[in-house]
Design a protein around this ligand. Structure first.
Ligand code: PLP
Length: 347
């Protein structure tokens, strides 16, 4: 039997590697004396680790953060495992065994994780302290526990809950983090995510951990003129038709044409991260022409109004607006969600 590659998908996700490199360089510069690492979890926030990680590495990034152990393999195809930190830490003995076998470095988040790591004769690790997000990490009251004293800590870190806002929580977490440091022995300290970098030099310590802003997200206005869009999304028209007045479109006939109008059905749906909140009120673009979305996103398809560009035909490519701050405002999804739901059908 002859093997044949499948045809190109009718959805395209293009990554602007220059913009990604630019964003990392700018965030690294804004981090002052600290180095910028990169959060690469969730397949580089949906944009593709094989696309993004080599760019970040070649730009000089030395510290990479994934959430799950299952994400290590894809990362170590591109960088040495000792540069990969696993944020969820060793939850099971099998995680410890995997860390030792690969050299990926766990972030220890609890006394039980600390004991598991030490019992498994784990070497260098990182330590997460929870200074107020109440999500993951040991509490400041636990830093002098023998289980923590037994660790060989490379980077001690904490995570800000509200760095994207003007909030007292930022200063409180900074203070709590600073107070922990004299009680620990470690090589580097790390607090700031993307938004934290914009809070200023006090938050940078030795290593910053941007994620969202690398991929084009703008969590604070200070970063607006610095961060460039990285992801560009295009979808093909599958079919066009002329609706008559009274015709209903999509699931539940949620849109009803008032007058005859040209429309296009495009291949874009839930599995591609195009959730129903991106329906009516949002639009696709054809160059400068705005094509409003009609009715509900219906599984793998969206119908748009072609009135602004009636010449569009089957096979033409439309743009899905992916300026993240704007798309977030339009859709009520967060910039994180817009990226991470993208799915895997893109070409
Ligand atoms: C995801 C994550 C980051 C990156 O945060 P952004 O807000 O995307 O910049 C940094 N640190 C930790 C611990 C994370 O989980």
């Amino acid at each position: 039997m002859q093997t044949m590659l499948p045809p190109e998908p009718t959805l395209r996700l293009s990554i602007d590697s220059h913009a990604l490199a630019h964003n990392w360089r700018e965030l690294d510069a804004l981090s002052g004396d600290a180095a910028a690492g990169a959060a690469i979890k969730a397949n580089c926030y949906g944009l593709g680790i094989d696309h993004c990680l080599p760019t970040l590495r070649d730009e000089g990034c030395e510290n990479f953060f994934v959430a799950h152990w299952s994400e290590v393999d894809a990362a170590r195809a591109h960088v040495p495992a000792h540069k990969i930190a696993v944020l969820h830490g060793p939850m099971r003995d099998s995680d410890v065994a995997y860390a030792k076998a690969t050299g990926a470095v766990p972030v220890i988040n609890s006394l039980s994780q600390a004991r598991r790591w030490t019992q498994g004769a784990g070497q260098t690790c990182h330590l997460m302290i929870d200074t107020g997000i109440n999500r993951l990490g040991i509490s400041p009251g636990e830093i002098s526990d023998p289980a923590i004293k037994a660790l060989n800590i490379d980077t001690v870190m904490s995570h800000l809950s509200s760095a994207d806002e003007e909030s007292d929580a930022n200063r409180q977490q900074l203070k709590a983090f600073r107070e922990c440091l004299p009680h620990l022995s470690f090589k580097k300290a790390s607090l700031a995510n993307s938004a934290g970098i914009a809070l200023g030099a006090d938050y940078a310590f030795d290593l910053t951990r941007p994620g969202l802003a690398l991929y084009g997200g703008v969590p604070r206005p200070e970063l607006q003129d610095t961060i460039r869009q990285v992801a560009y999304v295009e979808v093909a028209v599958i079919q066009t038709r002329i609706l008559s007045a009274g015709d209903a479109v999509g699931y539940n006939g949620a849109y009803i044409a008032e007058t005859p109008m040209p429309v296009a059905t495009v291949s874009l749906g839930y599995a591609d991260g195009f959730l129903r909140v991106r329906g009516p009120g949002n639009a696709l673009m054809y160059g400068e022409a705005r094509l409003p979305i009609l009715g509900k996103v219906s599984m793998d398809m969206v119908v748009v109004d072609l009135s602004a560009a009636p010449g569009i035909a089957e096979g033409d490519w439309l743009q899905v607006p992916f300026n993240l701050p704007d798309a977030a405002q339009q859709s009520t999804l967060s910039q994180y969600e817009l990226l991470t739901v993208l799915g895997s059908r893109w070409g």
